[in-house]
Ligand binder design. Sequence first.
Ligand code: PLP
Length: 382
Amino acid sequence: MSDMLYFDHAATTPVHPRVLAAMTPYLTQVFGNPSSVHAAGREARKALEQARDAIASFMDADPQSLIFTSGGTEADNMAVIGGAMAQRERGRHVITTQIEHHAVLHACEYLEQAGFEVTYLPVDKTGSVRLEDVKQAVRPDTVLVSIMYGNNEVGTIQPIEEIGVFLQEKGIIFHTDAVQAFGVLPIRARQLPVDMLSVSAHKINGPKGVGALYLGRKVPVSPILHGGSQERKRRAGTENLAGIVGFAEATKVATEEMADRVAKYEQMKAAMRAVWEEAGIAFHVNGHPTNVLPHILNVSFPGVHTETMLMNLDLARIAAASGSACTSGSLELSHVLVAMQLEDEIARSAIRFSFGITNTVEEARQAAQTVAQIVNRLVRSK
Ligand SMILES: *Cc1c(COP(=O)(O)O)cnc(C)c1O
């Protein structure tokens, strides 16, 4: 791994050394079940609640409002399916967008099978949802709206506050998937007009397999896991204590470093663009020009298709991504780029670079130079 330039942090990140150190005792010495009443259980319970307090303070939420889950996917499923099911006697219409993560989109498709109607809102060319479209889609039987905070493929930040204020007036429950925004933008749950918000540890240098759903007071949600009475009877199953402790430590490190990280990512973006401009190659940055997550750069190189670029980058030991799902060698266009209605050649040549804490500006420059060489070699040889 050490000789690899890793620019796929929107997919996952390495565990921070401080996170690993914080977790280790909870896999070995403090292994009690937080539900047990003996001393070992009580010690585990104490660690669990301290971790909850730390994460709650990082996102300005009441600790009681955090439900630990197995990750962002489960938090999204709980919000969308649990939120809709709890209100199914009131109405069976849900609104989401065409650019959500599959954890929301496929949960919505499940709701359709269960008798709900779902409206999938379009986006403009920058990948932004329009408040006007939300207003037009709302019906008397709308019970839930789910719109992501920042998009994982192109990074566009959505007008969550505007939309939330409108939905609050209408009394409609509002969920946002903040998995990508968490850790790079200040998320203050208490001050946001949202009822539910999903986060995940492994996108912010915590361990995989743990996340949380922020659940505002009196928000109706049916559990999707049934069993013990953990998490105030909202999410059954023995808590992933070591993971949760690691998640808490990741938020502490992020608190200390957020401003520096964001500044570095901005420099990395600027450095890459400068290399491409200097090399005189054609490129097109996708997503909103300014309202964008700092760690995501989605860029197209007309003439070099996504899979060709990714393969050539991989040969050069550079890890980047497409937003697209590669099925049996044929590249399906990403649903996000399709929703943005980009020109075909732009959509077919899009690459996502996503930055993380171990990356340097020099690494970004190096990767950009490799990209320029690949473009020059492939476009000129045509
Ligand atoms: C990664 C991601 C998820 C899924 O989170 P997991 O913890 O991997 O299940 C959901 N939404 C967005 C926007 C993501 O980037």
